[in-house]
Design a protein around this ligand. Structure first.
Ligand SMILES: CC(C)(COP(=O)(O)OP(=O)(O)OC[C@H]1O[C@@H](n2cnc3c(N)ncnc32)[C@H](O[C@H]2O[C@H](COP(=O)(O)OP(=O)(O)OP(=O)(O)O)[C@@H](O)[C@H]2O)[C@@H]1O)[C@@H](O)C(=O)NCCC(=O)NCCS
Ligand SMILES: Nc1ncnc2[nH]cnc12
Length: 301
């Protein structure tokens, strides 16, 4: 079966589109892991506030997840009944968590990312190349809001406990709302930083900090309570207010934020997942632009 792409008037077959989307998802996870520096998080300098993670383990985990992302994108392209699609990707997502644990020797590298990027590649598979990042995120939100008959009543995970204890939405709430911190916070920040000529790594770090400044990250809550979340949010905002990571004052504020996180043993793992989701939607949009240019021989603006 093929899908008509309304923007390009070419036909994309779901399997090749799914493979491409899975490749972009893995690349987004690897790019996030390797982005350096990142406060509190694993990067190429070291493990940040984590004891059981390294960037090599994160990259290994990302590659192990490729078949799951491909299966989710393929499901998005081929299963048109939404409750059935939700059930199917829930099952693939739980299998992917088991794959991650097997690949990492039992370390939770990407549980939040499997959830966020899994929903997004499924939604991107549904539209097969012809939708904006906001439209893909909105479709992913629709999927997240559907009940999954196969899901356990409670996960017993730290994020779930933090959601109840602090009354926040966490990873589930973010997805159900259609990933507002990706589409309304991080993508605009990424594009603005690129637009004023920041190096790509600075633009990505700036997008990460914009997410941290505003997200109820259950990783921060679970590790350090509400004071850690508020300190991380204020510290990230201070970097932005000081002029951003490409400026001297911004870098001083970034060092202070990192020192505070390391002293508390906290890390914005949820924000890191949403940066990967941002990079995924950005790369899907870039692929679409390149395919359009290749198709009609003109340059898109
Ligand atoms: C819906 C699920 C995501 C389950 O979520 P739940 O809330 O029950 O619990 P957690 O799994 O603990 O939390 C989810 C992870 O999401 C990230 N996150 C946190 N806050 C947010 C937020 N506001 N928005 C978006 N994402 C957020 C975060 O993941 C990252 O951190 C993890 C590493 O943290 P760390 O503290 O080191 O790790 P732990 O092992 O927990 O502790 P230690 O032992 O080290 O001390 C890492 O995973 C990052 O990715 C949260 O951890 C979902 O899992 C689910 O229900 N799945 C079922 C399958 C399904 O339906 N799939 C659908 C298609 S994909
Ligand atoms: N770079 C990173 N460091 C720690 N936890 C993460 N979760 C997702 N990306 C992460």
């Amino acid at each position: 079966m093929t899908t008509l792409n309304p923007l390009q008037h070419i036909r994309i077959s779901p399997p090749s589109c799914a493979r491409q989307l899975a490749g972009l998802a893995v690349a987004a996870l690897v790019d996030e892991a390797m982005l350096t520096p990142k406060p509190g998080l694993v990067d190429m300098r070291g493990s940040g506030a984590h004891r059981d993670l390294s960037w090599l383990l994160m990259c290994h985990s990302a590659h192990a997840l490729r078949p799951a992302f491909e299966a989710m994108a393929h499901a998005g392209a081929t299963i048109h009944d939404l409750p059935a699609l939700r059930r199917r990707i829930g099952a693939i997502g739980r299998d992917a968590e088991a794959t991650m644990m097997a690949a990492t020797g039992g370390v939770n590298t990407h549980r939040g990312a499997i959830w966020a990027l899994g929903l997004l590649v499924t939604a991107a598979g549904q539209v097969a190349g012809g939708a904006t990042p906001a439209a893909i995120a909105s479709r992913a939100g629709t999927l997240a809001r559907l009940a999954d008959a196969g899901a356990p009543a409670c996960t017993g995970n730290k994020g779930e406990t933090a959601r109840w204890q602090y009354g926040v939405g966490g990873a589930r709430g973010q997805a159900e709302a259609g990933f507002p911190h990706v589409t309304r916070v991080a993508l605009p920040m990424l594009h603005a930083a690129r637009g004023r000529g920041d190096p790509e790594s600075a633009a990505r770090l700036q997008a990460l900090l914009a997410i941290v400044a505003d997200l109820d990250d259950t990783c921060l809550l679970a590790r350090g309570g509400r004071s850690a979340l508020l300190a991380a949010q204020a510290g990230a905002q201070a970097v932005l207010d000081a002029g951003g990571v490409a400026t001297g004052p911004g870098q001083a504020a970034l060092r202070a934020l990192e020192a505070d996180m390391l002293a508390r043993g906290t890390s914005p793992g949820g924000a890191a997942d949403l940066l990967a989701a941002t990079l995924l939607l950005d790369s899907i949009a870039q692929e679409q632009r390149q395919e359009m240019e290749g198709h009609d021989g003109t340059t898109a603006v």
